[in-house]
Design a protein around this ligand. Structure first.
Ligand code: CUA
Length: 122
């Protein structure tokens, strides 16, 4: 019987961590800190994202057509954006400024123009 305890302990830990994660997501939702961004040939909507230094935001991407990418080298974040599957990134900007982002998965003739900007204020 005793050797069952560790397994139960792990199950409880997983359950607690899941609950904590759900709570964090709920807090982010309540605070309005989830920014939804759609990607399609050859634009992001919105293509200007604003945030504040040190304030966490969740970026949630959805593709309306094919595989795109999101890459913001100045803030060190990137993700693939595949159709039918939301992609999320947690952004906690450590510096103020204007940071360009672009699509980094070739998606057609307008791929090079698929760009946007993240503006982080103090
Ligand atoms: Cu979208 Cu390349």
């Amino acid at each position: 019987m005793r050797d069952r305890i560790p397994a139960v302990g792990v199950a409880v830990l997983v359950f607690v961590l899941s609950a904590v994660l759900a709570e964090v997501c709920a807090i982010a939702d309540e605070a309005g800190q989830v920014i939804q961004i759609t990607a399609k040939r050859y634009e992001y909507n919105p293509n200007t994202i604003t945030g504040k230094k040190g304030v966490p935001v969740v970026l949630e991407f959805t593709s309306l057509d094919r595989l795109h990418g999101f890459n913001c080298p100045g803030l060190g974040i990137r993700t693939d954006i595949a159709p039918g599957k939301a992609a999320t990134l947690l952004l906690v900007p450590q510096k103020a400024g204007t940071f360009p982002f672009h699509c980094d998965n070739f998606c057609g003739s307008g791929h090079e123009d698929m760009t946007g900007t993240i503006v982080v204020t103090e």
